[in-house]
Write a protein that binds this ligand. Sequence first.
Ligand SMILES: *Cc1c(COP(=O)(O)O)cnc(C)c1O
Length: 426
Amino acid sequence: MRTTDLDDAMAVGLSTPPPLLAPAEPELMPDYPRSHIPVAPVLSSASFGTESGKHIPSILDAAEIRYVTSGRVAIAMALQQMKIGPGDSVLVPTYHCASMIEPVIWAGAKPVYYKIKPDTSVDMDDIAAKVDASTKLILATNYFGFPQPLAEIRAFCDARNLFFLEDCAHCLFGEYQGKPVGSYGDYAIASSMKFFPVYDGGFLVSARHSLAGVTPESAGRGFEAKVAFNTLEHAFQFKRLPLIKALLLLPMALKDFAWRKLKERNPEGMQTSAPGSSDGGFNFDPAWIGKRASMFSRFVMKMTSRSRIVALRQRHYARLHRELGSLPGCRPLFGPLTEHGCPWVFPLVVDNAQVIFDVLKREGVPIVRFAQYLLPGVDARICPVSAELSQHVLQFPCHQELREGELDWIIARVTHALVADNARTS
Ligand SMILES: *Cc1c(COP(=O)(O)O)cnc(C)c1O
């Protein structure tokens, strides 16, 4: 696997075709250079700022929280809590990445795809039309940091005796009608790597049910060491943490040496030593069910300033919205943020998306493409909006560890690409 894939995998959880599709021909997938700007948060000395003291609404306000190794594993564990399996169907959005659907298939349940509207909100009429006697659960995603009509979905589920799983992978912080995201679902899940500078981790929470039977266990010392080193190494690659790098040069060299030795001795065993999402693997691996997030990532998440994460993401989003939003050949998918909104990325709908994507990736601009590959069979016939967004939304990072100069450069490159393309085509 190439480094660019690995980077994207870390940030997105999934940016490559789901395993059910044949791999794309190499010549169709150009080998883009590695971005020198991190597409997801990396650890920096600024990560550990102090809190503002103001309460930040979050899915972590839930009474019951479990730290697991990824968002997709949290989905699988939520399905186990709801005892969803063969014979059951789960309503899932047509706008998705494979890691949202694979746990449903793994559980033996049938995914039934419902439509979304152009603003990415769920199409309640389509949901109502697709509920039948086998339906047990509605999974809805708060895309890109913008909550769904959560009260309406909750009321619908209550009226039909369905479970509601709130996918907050893009929406760790924020509220809807005065209540924190994650509190409307029977269960909610999130993905740590999309918001915190960590290498593994996801959350399974519930504001409504006990999680007393869920007691994740350590995935072992090899895993603990690997994620700690990988997090630091990733920070060093982007020239963050120079002092720590100097202090760690020797241990890093030792680690590489130890790793090579282990690999020589046990080549197969090494493949499962990090959860799929964080190690560049894209498959859902049930071996991670019931495993706890690493100590290192729990420590980092405890120490990082949530008010800093939210404030900086809001500021970066506002800048991208202001400076890219009115360029030719594109439009922002969403308007400005609300007071407590905290975006995962800045989604931009681009007319000539594939050309612009290619130009920017060649220049090393960091871009995320959530939902670029829908599962086989999900296409414009099922939901034209999802098919359209899947092809045309490019997402630019707005995370807290971007430096002003990096943001300047991203904005300049995107502006140049869009203006040049407009001049060429008009
Ligand atoms: C990334 C993602 C997940 C899975 O999270 P991982 O931590 O990568 O397993 C689930 N749902 C959505 C909407 C996602 O984007």
